[in-house]
Design a protein around this ligand. Sequence first.
Ligand SMILES: Cc1cc2nc3c(=O)[nH]c(=O)nc-3n(C[C@H](O)[C@H](O)[C@H](O)COP(=O)(O)OP(=O)(O)OC[C@H]3O[C@@H](n4cnc5c(N)ncnc54)[C@H](O)[C@@H]3O)c2cc1C
Ligand code: FES
Length: 293
Amino acid sequence: MKNPTPRTEQHLLCEVVSNVHLAPINPGHFRLTLHAPYFAELAVPGQFIHILPPSENDLLRRPISILDADPESGNVIVLYRVIGDGTRLISEVRQGDKLDIIGPLGNGFKIPDRKSVALFGGGIGIPPLVYLARKLLNAGLSPGNALDRSIQVYLGVREPEFLICLDDFTNLGINPVIYTETGLSKIRDHYGNSTPTINGGLITKAFDDYPDNWEHTIIYACGPVPMLKAVSEHADSLGLECYVSLENKLACGLGACLGCSIPVRNSDGTVHYERVCTEGPVFNSPRIAFDLM
Ligand SMILES: Cc1cc2nc3c(=O)[nH]c(=O)nc-3n(C[C@H](O)[C@H](O)[C@H](O)COP(=O)(O)OP(=O)(O)OC[C@H]3O[C@@H](n4cnc5c(N)ncnc54)[C@H](O)[C@@H]3O)c2cc1C
Ligand code: FES
């Protein structure tokens, strides 16, 4: 597949504006704002930055999606969960420190001309959908599900602490529908009436819970592979166009090492490999051979 996002990456030292721990609501999650005018100007939703963890050891860069980018202030925001050494080291940077970053990287989401869209975000797959939602609103779509050219947002989490970016969506005038695998009452107690719908179970229940919401809708999803596979299958069974953004482990992030390759099906059923960092991370979901991943 051709990459519709032109390659514009640069290798830059970016100043940390803030790096805020989101405890107690989202312990282990950090919101990092960087002064990075070049990335802020050129990034599109679905792209990521490749951050070198500050360390004396030779660590690989860590890919983190762009949550928002503001060309006016020159700031770029990302939100990450601390998983291992790389994200732990990034969580230790402070205002005024410099981070070594390559970006913006990858092939972003297309903004549709006519249709409505439904965004499905799971866990740390949620942040890039904030930027996408904002750009969709700028392109003339409206929050809701009964309108032509509307945006619906569904967020799925394993536990209440993983429910991130809710305020980002509500500040855009979008009230996401939430699915949680555990701690339903905890989320209800915390958010009360400020969020409209909080359900128990997996995010894919939305397809059954809201059977009337999908006509003329394109699905965009980002999250763990099992979730993306399930969302793609539902979209396929409803005949909906669907794009998913993968968050695999990356090494070079620049298309050179092939370490991030995933199986992609050709129209004759044979398989070839494409790179998440370069041809992706956003893929038209029927192309992905999920059964071989
Ligand atoms: C496009 C993209 C966007 C992402 N966006 C976000 C986001 O917005 N927010 C967020 O929280 N997370 C995001 N992630 C996931 C995030 O990159 C990982 O959680 C992070 O890299 C984990 O690093 P770590 O060192 O903390 O954890 P670890 O699990 O310790 O690090 C990964 C380990 O695997 C090793 N490793 C990494 N890549 C490879 C490789 N290719 N081959 C072999 N070993 C490897 C590392 O050296 C390290 O030891 C994104 C991932 C991708 C691909
Ligand atoms: S991470 Fe090296 S080719 Fe994608």
